[in-house]
Design a protein. Sequence first.
Length: 225
Amino acid sequence: MAQLLSVNLGHPRTADYTDSAFTGIDKRPARGPVAVAAPGGPTGTAGSGVAGDVIGDLHNHGGDDQAVYAYAREDLDLWESELGRGLSNGVFGENLTTSGLDVNGALIGERWRVGADLLLEVTSARIPCRTFAGWLEEKGWVRRFTQAARPGAYFRVIEPGRIEAGDRVEIVARPGHDVTVEVLFRALTTEAELLPRTLAAGDALNAQSAARIRRRLERGRGVPS
């Protein structure tokens, strides 16, 4: 059964590997129910959609199109084997750690019902940054994470709700295109030839990703020869 293993909340910490005053990448499982709702603005002006969560870099994180970030426990387990160290739920900065779901295979625009009320919609893939690398203290981490193409997914909140560990997660709607989180990630990072394909996701794409794709296509990058 697909389920939510934990809801993870950021704890502010200062660090020399972040350009902001602090980072909230240190996320730890919450106890009890947590409210989730749209933060009410674009990235750059609004924070997390998860009550009690902390975001330090509002320029690149948070906002309605990146209100919630999910990562699969199965992918954390793969990284545990590859890195030779334990990885707790939330250590990748994810708000939701899931079980029984192919998060990277989720389609942009796919909708998930979490618990009784919360409805989420997939908007984009997580792009690794210097803060992520500094937090994990793994040499060449951005390159390794990118090559693995297991980025996890960002969501917008369609219907708010309260969720907690153990809640069921159900995929309730899937769009007709084939643009998955993994395909979008590869297009934006290592395989520019996939960029035209990502346009099939339409308005379901988050604003940042859509703008980035348009800019690159206008410059002629990603256009098949």
